[in-house]
Design a protein around this ligand. Structure first.
Ligand code: SF4
Ligand code: SF4
Length: 404
């Protein structure tokens, strides 16, 4: 007999309910993304002035190095490894679902040695996700590094991932005990996660196994779809899975030290004072922030005890953007001023423009460009600058040494 498994085993009406539900949830996600990005694209200026081929090339390089290889994230070993386990584990489990569907409906390749080896690979990566969730939970709630702030969303995201994967193993274990363990036990060991649980269930009556398998299959499926719906409706932290690649695609393709020139002759306003005046790219940036705090941990101003935290600047600006509608952004309503309200003048002047935040941000957010724009507005539109800077500018004019 050729090793294989029956998709939708013990699940009558599975496809008839699952597919319409999946279409509804995925449509909700696409609509939600469209609505959100319509708002971001109403920002000032073009999102990109670089050719599509150059952007695509750069995107592929970033996807391979910082995405698949986790080069940037692995600069911090503990959080890097944690994210690597979650990222690769979830990616492989998604691929598993896709390959199962492809084989079931069209190509019928999930059998024999390929089926056994792929079962082993998928289970291994599923276990990797569980380890990743445990490491993340330990770090977030036991170690509690200062760069992380904990919200309900963070806990819910970890819980959702854990529940989806562990119930997947329970479903597999119940199926194995009712099928492979009875008829072909040598196949069952190729699914180590399910196999361990299957041995726990081996004393249960057949009727109970079938009932629990069916209940848990639906629970597992509904929680997985619910997680996607949650991302679509709430735009939780998990949405970075979708937004980070978009931000990577539009990443700045120039040296980090290069400042955007100002056209004093034609500009109607100098710098940025309100959220509506940021460029589309800088607005896109705000959504991608995962609140990981890497920028804060690398910021010399923050580390030397100054008021500035690039993470807080990004989060505070984002809090102004989220409630806005596209019509408000287009109307150039000056009522959403950020300087002095969500970002203090002290924070704006604390920045040394070193660019460390930019280099360490795993999703390519640019706090320094936003700070420079607000600083330009302070100096050029509001004629405000700290006394020390006034002094250093006026001393050479007067021909007096600095500080006298
Ligand atoms: S550029 Fe500014 S905000 Fe970024 S790390 Fe340097 S001092 Fe901090
Ligand atoms: S700006 Fe980047 S590095 Fe800073 S908290 Fe957000 S995602 Fe993390």
């Amino acid at each position: 007999m050729v090793p294989s498994r029956e998709i939708f085993w013990n699940i009558p009406f599975g496809p008839a309910v699952l597919y319409p539900l999946s279409v509804i949830v995925l449509s909700l996600l696409v609509y939600s993304l469209y609505k959100r990005y319509r708002l971001r694209l109403t920002g000032k200026g073009k999102v990109s002035s670089v050719s599509l081929s150059k952007r695509l090339y750069n995107f592929v390089v970033l996807a391979l190095t910082d995405g698949l290889e986790h080069k940037r994230l692995l600069k911090g070993t503990y959080p890097g490894v944690m994210h690597l386990l979650l990222f690769w584990g979830c990616l492989v489990l998604l691929m598993a679902a896709f390959l199962d569907a492809l084989s079931y409906y069209w190509l019928h390749f999930m059998e024999g040695t390929f089926y056994l080896v792929s079962s082993l690979v998928f289970d291994t990566f599923g276990i990797a996700v569980l380890i990743g969730v445990i490491i993340a939970t330990y770090r977030r709630y036991i170690q509690r590094p200062s760069r992380l702030d904990n919200t309900f969303d963070d806990a819910l995201v970890l819980a959702l991932i854990f529940v989806v994967v562990i119930t997947g193993f329970f479903v597999e274990g119940l199926r194995l005990v009712a099928t492979e363990l009875k008829e072909n036990p040598q196949w069952a060991v190729w699914s180590p996660g399910g196999f361990i649980l299957a041995n726990l269930f081996s004393g249960l009556a057949d009727k109970t196994i079938l009932l629990w398998h069916r209940i848990l299959w639906w629970f597992h499926t509904l929680v997985a779809l619910g997680a996607i719906a949650y991302v679509a409706i709430v735009f939780s932290n998990l949405s970075h899975i979708l937004i980070a690649p978009i931000n990577a695609f539009f990443v700045l393709l120039k040296p980090k030290e290069e400042l955007e020139p100002i056209d004093i002759e034609t500009a109607s306003t100098l710098g940025v004072a309100s959220i509506e005046e940021f460029s589309s790219k800088l607005l896109l940036d705000l959504d991608a922030c995962t609140r990981c705090g890497r920028c804060q941990d690398s910021c010399p101003a923050y580390l030397s005890g100054k008021a500035l935290s690039p993470k807080r600047v990004i989060q505070n600006l984002k809090s102004q953007l989220v409630p806005l509608s596209p019509s408000l952004v287009k109307s150039n309503n000056p009522g959403h001023s950020v300087i002095g309200k969500v970002v203090t003048e002290g924070e704006i002047w604390d920045c040394t423009t070193c660019g460390a935040c930019l280099v360490h941000c795993p999703v390519y957010i640019n706090p320094v460009a936003k700070i420079i724009k607000m600083r330009r507005n302070l100096t050029l539109m509001q004629s405000k600058m700290p006394e020390t800077i006034q002094l250093s500018l006026s001393s050479p004019e007067k021909g007096t040494p600095l500080g006298r």
